[in-house]
Structure formats: C-alpha cells, structure tokens
Design a protein around this ligand. Structure first.
Ligand code: BGP
Length: 499
C-alpha cells in the first residue's frame, strides 16, 4: 500500500538500461613489441631510456632524459635499454593472441608504434613493413573474435621529432600526427571499436619526456610554458584527429584518457580540502575538461598566471576544441592519493605522482596504495563531471612474481593479484549500481611488459608471465599464472550471467 505522497512505480524514472561490460587486457607497443630496429622502425623516445637499478633517482633519471643522456643512449652498446627488446611481442604475435583468445577477453587494448609507421615521424608516406606488421596484428585480433581498443600513441614518439622539432612544443607535430592517424583510420578503421588519441594525456605534466617528448634541461627543471604549450598542441591534435576520424571511419568511438589520482584531503581542515580541490583540478580535470567538455576551464587562468605560464593559441583553436569533443572518457586507476598542506607529511610513490601516505591502506612493493573503493569514488566523480560513458582503460597490480617448478611444469602463484582484481571488480559493480555508465574494464599489462615508469621487467602486471629479466636475459617463454585461470573463469561467468 503506497503512502499518500509516495510515487507509484509507474511514475518512477525508468532505470538506465545496463550495458554488458566489456572485459579486456592491454599492452603498449613500446613496452611490449621490442624489435626496435626491425622492419625499418625508427628510434623512438622509449628506445633511449636505460634500465637503472632501482632508487628514486634512477627512476627519475630514466624518465626525464637530458640531451646528453639521449646522445649517450644512441651510441651505447653496453647498457641495457629494455624497450628495445621489451616482451618480444613482435616475435610472439600469434602465440600471444592465441593466449588472449583462450583467456576469453572481449577487447584487446594495444597501441601503434608511430616510429614503425613513420620512422622519423615527418615522412610523407608510411613505411610499408610497418603497415604489413600491423595488418597482421589487426587481422589476428579480429580472427580471435576480440574487439579493438586502440591507443594511437602510448608515450613513444619518433626521436627525430624531439631532436629536430623540440617534441610537442612545436605546432608542426599536429600535422604530422594527423597524417599518421589518417593512415591508421583509412587502413584499419573498420577494425577499431574504441580509440584514444593519446595515452594518459595528463602525463605530459608529470613526465614530460614520455608524455610530450621534451628534453630536460641539464641543470634544473622544465620550463612550464613549454610543458603546457605542448599539452595544448596535443589537445588540438586530439580534436583534429577526432574530426578526421568522424569523416574517415565514423563507426569508431573516440575517447580521452587521464591518469586518475583519486585525491583525498589528509585532514578535514579547510586548507587541506582546498589544496585537494586545486590539485585535482590542475592534475586531473584540466585535460578532461578540455577534451570531453570542450573548453579551457577558468581555474587554469589563475594557475597559469601564478606560475608565469604563457601559451600561444591560434585563432580557431578554441572552436576546434569545442566542436570535436570525445565520445567517451577513460582513466587509468592504480591508487588513490592524499593531499596535505603539511610539507613534512610522509610520502609514498604512485603512478606518475608521489602522494602523502594513507594510514588506512596497504601498498604494493612499489609503494602504490591499493584502494578498490577509490576506484568506485573515481568513477562516480568522473561521471558526475562529464556525463559520458567511462572506460577503465588501465588497472592492475604491479608485483614481483616468482616463477616456480611444480612437477617439472613452470607455474606462477599470484594470489595477491587475484585478491587485488577481485576487490576492484566488486567496486566496479558498485559504481555501476550507483548509476555510473561503465563501458568496460581493461587489465593493464595482461601479458608481462616492461614498466613505463621505471623500465623494469620485474614489475609485472600480467596474467601471462614472460620469462625475461631486467637486463633482457631469458627465454621469453609465456607461462600462464594462476590469475590467468581466475580471470578466464571470471569473464566466462560474467558472460554466462549476462546471456
Ligand atoms: C601508466 C602507463 C602505462 C603503465 C602503467 C603502470 O602510467 O600508461 O604505460 O606502464 O602506468 O606503470 P608502471 O609501468 O610504471 O608500473
């Protein structure tokens, strides 16, 4: 019996039709393919990053390269440059796609190596051998029955574009980039379901070598105007690519992506709270506001003024950004972060940024704080802000897995990863129940790959182990971890429930 003012069921809003979530796995060309000089590929920004034994200085030194470090790398034959061999995905293509098919994922995220298609980045015509390689990749994925989530560029930039043009500080890169993207959509557009013009576009701010191809001054920090000018060029390039793709391959869904940091204030002091909002705006929402909502947010004016940052805009840039916003938004999510005005608060590492330690959370061996509920929070906040469908394009646990022998067979027991994934998947379901429109989930580094942050092989995310070490020694044999069976069964139970 309804109370007098209670609405009848017929007058309640209808619940949103729920999507069938897509479950996937990801690699990125530079971290996975190796074969850095095969088939006419040019050198790119990742090929010159050395492996340096882990200390915080080493991590920074291999992420923020100076001109002398680049010069050294080009002629160094003794050092270890992990991206040159990576997981040898180039040599294991058929085997790896067969493994992904057995895993049962709906969608495979991978990226195209710009320098494999355009070795110097500025050629008029693509490299035929590069085209032939990606012909094989796209048809293998299609034949395995998987959808494609393509990252046009995932950090790796042809080195020539850095050395001859100054990376993304130069506006000419927009034209080179659209030419590269047009080749991709004209040739493979029919295979592409979802795509990102750039991986984690906000990385340009924190990791300018990887993100926007900027050489670090030998002594001292980056010029922030260069960083934000480069980001502006990437924003315009994203919008131009979307404009072109809608003509050339209209069925593809375009996205934008940021690394989501899920900030919490350290205390409930107004100062901590305000700092949290500011960091969230500049570090995370800025790129989303430009690319998904189509405008430069006003909160950046003060940030630019206070930091002496000047950006040159062409007269139609703002209109281009406003007209060609993306269809969906996406995030990488590895950890939540804490903001504090207390400069002496204890810090820990995280994806791209360091953060204050959260006493309520445990962390991985690399210090990244594990927070499944933070994923639900992040999804809710993002959806509230943009009201566009969301793809979780990266998540997973980097851990030091141990290869063991069990009755002569190679095995990897990784219960910690199964626990991590289980708890994150529960929170995705909660976010969907909250009303967030989630398209799908993509596990990062589904087959073990080289770490983008620290160039290590021993920081593994996959459900498939690759037998190689930090120095590139090993058989490169593929071994299914316990989490492989677990993820396969999870996906198949989801398909069963939803059919
Ligand atoms: C993101 C990148 C990935 C990736 C991941 C994990 O920032 O998009 O390329 O590698 O983080 O980071 P790491 O490899 O440093 O553990």
């Amino acid at each position: 019996m309804l109370a007098p003012n209670q609405p009848s069921a017929a007058s309640l809003p209808r619940p949103l039709a729920k999507r069938r979530l897509l479950w996937g796995g990801a690699t990125a060309s530079s971290q996975y393919e190796g074969a850095f000089s095969a088939g006419g590929k040019g050198l790119d920004t990742q090929d010159v990053r050395p492996y340096l034994p882990r200390t915080s200085n080493a991590t920074t030194a291999t992420r923020l390269l100076t001109r002398s470090a680049v010069e050294r790398a080009k002629s160094d034959t003794a050092g270890t440059y992990p991206f040159r061999t990576a997981s040898d995905g180039y040599g294991h293509l058929d085997e790896d796609i067969a493994l992904l098919k057995e895993l049962g994922i709906d969608i495979y995220r991978f990226s195209i190596s710009w320098a494999r298609l355009f070795p110097n980045g500025d050629e008029q015509e693509p490299n035929a051998e590069g085209l032939a390689y990606y012909d094989r990749v796209f048809s293998a994925v299609r034949n395995a029955g998987m959808k494609v989530f393509l990252t046009l560029t995932h950090y790796a930039l042809p080195l020539n574009l850095v050395e001859s043009y100054g990376g993304w500080t130069s506006r000419v890169l927009i034209g080179f980039y659209v030419r590269f993207a047009q080749v991709v959509f004209e040739r493979w557009g029919e295979f592409i379901d979802f795509y990102l013009p750039f991986n984690e576009i906000n990385a340009g701010y924190f990791s300018p070598w990887n993100g926007v191809g900027l050489i670090k001054p030998e002594d001292g920090p980056y010029n922030q105007s260069d960083v934000f000018q480069s980001l502006h060029h990437q924003f315009v390039a994203s919008a131009r690519v979307i404009e072109m793709q809608r003509r050339v391959a209209p069925a593809c869904q375009s996205g934008c992506m940021v690394a989501d940091f899920c900030y919490y204030p350290h205390t409930c002091s107004p100062e901590d709270n305000l700092k949290t909002i500011r960091e969230e705006q500049v570090n995370q929402w800025f790129a989303i506001d430009v690319l998904a909502r189509g405008f430069y947010p006003t909160y950046m004016d003060r940030f630019f003024t206070e930091h002496g940052i000047r950006i040159e805009l062409k007269s139609d840039d703002l209109e281009v950004l406003a007209r060609h916003t993306c269809d969906f938004v996406s995030i990488s999510y590895y950890q939540s972060s804490v903001c504090s005005t207390n400069e002496t608060a204890e810090h820990t590492a995280g994806n791209l940024v360091c953060t204050v330690k959260n006493p309520y959370l445990q962390a991985t061996e690399w210090g990244w704080q594990i927070d499944p509920i933070g994923l639900r929070t992040a999804l809710n906040k993002l959806y509230d802000r943009v009201h566009k469908p969301i793809f979780i394009s990266e998540n997973g646990m980097g851990a030091r897995d141990v290869l063991e022998r069990d009755n002569g067979s190679a095995v990897v027991h990784d219960p910690y990863r199964i626990d991590y994934l289980t708890r994150h998947f529960e929170q995705i379901d909660e976010a969907v129940a909250d009303g967030v429109d989630v398209i799908g989930y993509i596990m990062w580094g589904v087959i073990d790959i080289v770490s983008a942050g620290s160039c290590e092989m021993e920081k593994r995310y996959g459900v498939v182990y690759v037998d190689a070490d930090n120095h590139g020694n090993g058989t490169y044999e593929r071994i299914k971890k316990d989490s492989f069976t677990w993820y396969r069964d999870f996906i198949s139970s989801r398909h069963g429930n939803e059919e």
